[in-house]
Write a protein that binds this ligand. Structure first.
Ligand SMILES: NC(=O)C1=CN([C@@H]2O[C@H](COP(=O)(O)OP(=O)(O)OC[C@H]3O[C@@H](n4cnc5c(N)ncnc54)[C@H](O)[C@@H]3O)[C@@H](O)[C@H]2O)[C@@H](O)CC1
Ligand SMILES: Nc1ncnc2c1ncn2[C@@H]1O[C@H](COP(=O)(O)OP(=O)(O)O)[C@@H](O)[C@H]1O
Ligand SMILES: [K+]
Length: 498
């Protein structure tokens, strides 16, 4: 699904109005009906609803939503901030259809709000053109000071859809954002989360072919695009043809990384795994993961030498960054031009010795968390800047990179970013990244294109985490649980896709 800018969304509104055709007032009514349906699913109990409306179309939505909720028996209070005479056409039309409302001009006008009330924010939507100031800012600060349930229409007032808020700016802090038609970039970025809350999209019937034609290199991954990427296993396949992976991982005290990685790879369809290990890890690996073969990495406590191999290479988990390991990594890079998976200490080595970056095969997959990414590219000003840095890094080096976290950003070598929707905060646990690397390595070894292996792997890792969370009925997950729930994650994706 494409992520569009505010300007593109406005153009989609206009195109739909002209070509459906539908009057803009009727489109507002449709949007408001969709909002009310979802609102009543989230809030089943009838409580006082206080709707704060600006005088643009977001405020128009607020008024229409108020009327519709009143019709359904809700106790609705409407407040307007701004000059109603200067309101948009559709705002004015809805004002005429509204019953009682109060216009707020100054602090003393602000109503008493109880914790059991629900506040709906319809001050500004995608039309925000400057940071909130004056009385708008006061109103938003006042509302943010209350503990009641808060819901934004389309996007929180004061939050920009596709650019950073200035440092001292203020925006509404909703528990939920019920947004129209397409996701906004801000929804995927951690800095913006306090101004988004939980969010969902409401299909208001904007013209799909117009949306498809919009240029955007930002997407949200969807199951319908992901599930066809699963590799098909032929009847007469042999393990050597089902994907051979060499995992170069582990050092003294960190052999668990190699184990988790290999276990995840086996559950992700790999045919055969060689683990290159320091001497201290050989017995551990042979006992804990009998399916894998172990290759001597020469060093006692860390790897000093990697074998020359035709296998797909996954390097980094628990590897350490000792000078001899760095030298061995450099030698390995000089022997291959096949895309590989580089994770954890593999990335830290690249950060320590940036000259190695140009030896990394084109189209390789890098899997940094934000700390590792910062070591690779330096500081960023804000999350929007971080995204541009991700795109530039991928294009410059022709890499595929996942920047991990909630809504992991998966970027290909031409700078397209796909935000991943699966997963939960239980995945923020030691070893979770090792599991992800193993999944991606296994998929790459099965001849998927690197970017496909990456986005399928990230989606699947999140889906397994979601299955684990649901089945264990716990918000906390152990990395081994992610591995154990991979088969369930896989079948859920395949079954839901049918
Ligand atoms: N027919 C349509 O175009 C539809 C629009 N919809 C709603 O319309 C919203 C967008 O409406 P608008 O384009 O009217 O914009 P807004 O309602 O977001 O803003 C209204 C006006 O406020 C002014 N403004 C912006 N920032 C300000 C600030 N910081 N302080 C004071 N004034 C400021 C601008 O002049 C802007 O045009 C969407 O978010 C959505 O809620 C929906 O009803 C769906 C259909
Ligand atoms: N809050 C979160 N919500 C969803 N997924 C998360 C969250 N935090 C972390 N993850 C996922 O968990 C994994 C953690 O990887 P990483 O930080 O490398 O862990 P480790 O180094 O301990 O193995 C990544 O796939 C990341 O996307
Ligand atoms: K709003």
């Amino acid at each position: 699904m494409k992520v569009l800018t505010s300007e593109q969304i406005r153009a989609a509104d206009q195109y739909t109005i002209k070509h459906e055709p539908i009057s803009s007032l009727d489109l507002m009514e449709r949007a408001s009906e969709k909002f009310v349906l979802k609102f009543m699913q989230i809030n089943r109990e009838n409580r006082p609803v206080r709707i704060f409306c600006g005088v643009g179309n977001n405020g128009g939505d607020g008024l229409a939503i108020g009327r519709l909720l009143k019709d359904k028996g809700w106790d609705v209070y409407l407040y307007i901030v701004g000059n109603t005479r200067k309101g948009s056409e559709d705002f004015k039309a809805n004002l005429e259809r509204s019953g009682l409302y109060a216009v707020l001009n100054k602090e003393i006008d602000l109503p008493k709000i109880n914790d059991s009330d629900i506040v709906i924010d319809g001050l500004f939507g995608s039309g925000l053109s400057r940071p909130l100031d004056g009385f708008y800012r006061e109103v938003v600060e006042f509302l943010n000071g209350h503990q009641c349930t808060k819901v934004s229409i389309d996007i929180a007032s004061g939050l920009y859809a596709n650019q950073a808020m200035p440092g001292d700016a203020v925006a509404f802090k909703p528990d939920f954002t019920l947004s129209f038609q397409v996701p906004k970039l801000a929804f995927f970025l951690p800095d913006c989360h306090p101004y988004v809350g939980e969010w969902c999209l409401l299909d208001i019937g904007l013209n799909q072919s117009f949306i498809q034609k919009q240029e955007s290199n930002i997407f949200q991954s969807e199951l319908k695009d992901i599930s066809p990427l699963f590799p098909v296993r032929e009847k007469f396949i042999h393990k050597n043809k089902a994907g051979r992976l060499m995992i170069a991982a582990g050092s003294k005290g960190k052999m668990g990384a190699a184990i988790l990685c290999a276990r995840a790879a086996f559950k992700s369809g790999v045919g055969l795994v060689n683990i290159c290990s320091p001497k201290c890890g050989v017995d551990i690996l042979q006992v804990t993961i009998p399916e894998a073969m172990v290759v001597d990495g020469k060093g006692a406590n860390e790897i000093h030498s990697f074998p020359k191999t035709e296998d797909t290479i996954l390097i980094g988990p628990g590897l350490g960054t000792k000078p001899k390991t760095i030298d061995a990594f450099e030698k390995l890079l000089k022997t291959t031009d096949k895309p590989m998976v580089i994770d954890a200490d593999g990335l830290n080595i690249l950060s320590k010795k940036k000259s190695l970056l140009k030896l990394v095969p084109k189209e390789s997959i890098l899997t940094p968390h934000p700390g590792e990414f910062k070591r690779l590219v330096g500081e960023w000003k804000n999350d929007f800047d971080r995204l541009y840095k991700l795109q530039n890094f991928c294009v410059k080096h022709e890499f595929n990179v996942v920047l991990k976290g909630a809504y992991s950003a998966v970027c290909n070598s031409t700078g397209d970013v796909h935000f991943n929707p699966t997963g939960n905060s239980g995945l923020a646990t030691a070893g979770s990244g090792d599991v992800l690397a193993g999944i991606i390595g296994a998929l790459l070894s099965q001849s998927l294109k690197p970017f496909d292996a990456l986005r399928l792997g990230v989606y699947l890792h999140g889906a397994a985490g979601d299955e684990a969370g649901r089945s264990l009925e716990s918000p906390w997950i152990q990395a081994s649980d992610i591995v154990n729930f991979l088969p369930k994650g896989i079948s859920s994706l395949l079954n839901r896709a049918i």
